[in-house]
Design a protein around this ligand. Structure first.
Ligand code: TXA
Ligand code: MG
Length: 361
């Protein structure tokens, strides 16, 4: 059913992330309980929350984001008991992972319990569960008394919002309320791990690394090819994230990855700039190459550092906001230096491959 999108006055509340004001949280919880939409910060990115047990409220999320209804949502909880109540079985691996990483940026896929609306799971027999660590998120979930269904608070296809202004630039006037808790800490979304197969399957790399999960479980995690090659349609057996099939993380500007060792990357960028003089090219560089690009004879139209390649957490933290800043600056084409797909580098490369739709020099 399509509902006409009304123009709303989006209420803006500034909330202290260290100690969320109870009266502000109460206002937000009231909106959730009435079936409205509230954008709120989590430690990964901003989420667009609705009462996860209210189909009508959940439907609004899809409508406002322009999201395919085949793409299921994550339910956010504020306790381990609440998570357990939403899945029909709780394997030992879930216990170990919950102990090690919850609350935190890890989402577990488990068999779903009864009573969860089909709109949340897109009709799948499984449910995505996440117990976030952000104080504002936890307070909001607890005050609402329901699990909160929340995708990233962006229009479908755009880079996830890591700052309140990114949420507003996509959703102002379309949602009931935004809680401004400042910039997100992690900057990329949670890791999604499926525990429905014999071996755990990494559906989306994110804030908890593959290496950390393997260390905690003392077991190898399967990483489907599709994590780094979104253009290869993953076979049914690869247990892909339904989200794989949709265009993702894309700024308005075209994105091209620059691969290779730092010196090679620098040479490729310089050549590209020279050959495409006059084009409004943005360069997102690692800090190792950043200063080189400031002194070129054909300098980039826009230049930013994502951080050091030896600290991929920093790069993950900067990536989405940097892509959005390029759009704001009027960049036509973005060259981004790639990093090794290890640790948080795997999440960075997963997002980049999708944003660039595999285009590489
Ligand atoms: O960090 C995060 O996870 C953020 C914050 C707001 O919590 N949320 C987020 O949600 O990234 P979203 O909707 O943008 O991405 C959720 C992904 C989608 O790609 C979806 O396909 C996948 O989770 N997913 C949800 N339920 C699933 C299920 N039952 N099986 C497999 N994948 C699922
Ligand atoms: Mg998203």
């Amino acid at each position: 059913m399509t509902r006409n999108l009304e123009v709303l006055k989006t209420q803006y509340l500034k909330v202290d992330p260290e100690s969320p004001e109870p009266e502000l949280i109460k206002k937000a919880a009231e909106v959730i309980n009435k079936g409205g939409l509230v954008a709120f910060p989590t430690e990964t990115v901003y989420g667009l929350g609705a009462d996860g047990l209210n189909s009508e409220a959940v439907n609004k999320i899809f409508q406002v984001k322009g999201r395919s209804r085949k793409n299921p949502l994550i339910l956010h909880v504020s306790s381990l008991e609440q998570a357990k109540s939403l899945s029909s079985s709780w394997p030992q691996a879930a216990d170990i992972l919950a102990k090690s990483f919850w609350p935190g940026p890890l989402t577990l896929i488990l068999p779903r319990a009864e009573g969860i609306p089909d709109a949340v799971t897109a009709g799948l027999p499984t449910i995505a569960l996440r117990y976030p660590s952000s104080g504002i998120a936890l307070a909001l979930i607890a005050a609402s008394g329901v699990p909160i269904a929340a995708p990233s608070a962006n229009l479908s296809g755009r880079p996830s919002p890591t700052r309140p202004e990114d949420v507003l630039s996509d959703l102002d006037g379309k949602i009931d309320m935004i809680l401004d808790g400042g910039p997100a800490e992690v900057g990329v979304e949670s890791t999604i791990l499926s525990l429905t197969e014999e071996q755990p399957v990494l559906l989306r790399p994110g804030g908890v690394t593959r290496e950390e999960i393997e260390g905690a479980l003392n077991q190898e995690v399967i990483v489907p090819d599709a994590v780094l090659s979104p253009d290869k349609p993953a076979g049914e057996d690869a247990a892909p994230c339904p989200g794989y099939y949709f265009r993702h993380y894309a700024p308005r500007a075209q994105v091209i990855m620059v691969a290779g060792e730092p010196e090679e990357q620098a040479a490729k960028v310089e050549k590209y700039l020279t050959q495409n003089r006059g084009k409004r090219i943005g360069v997102l560089a690692t800090s190792e190459n950043y200063s080189l690009y400031r002194n070129l004879t054909v300098p980039p139209f826009y230049l930013a550092s994502l951080g050091s390649r030896s600290c991929t957490e920093e790069i993950a933290n900067q990536l989405f906001s940097a892509l959005r800043d390029c759009d704001r600056a009027g960049v036509e084409l973005i060259l981004v230096e790639t990093v090794a797909p290890e640790g948080m580098g795997l999440a960075v490369m997963n997002r980049l491959c999708r944003a660039a739709e595999q285009q590489k020099i």
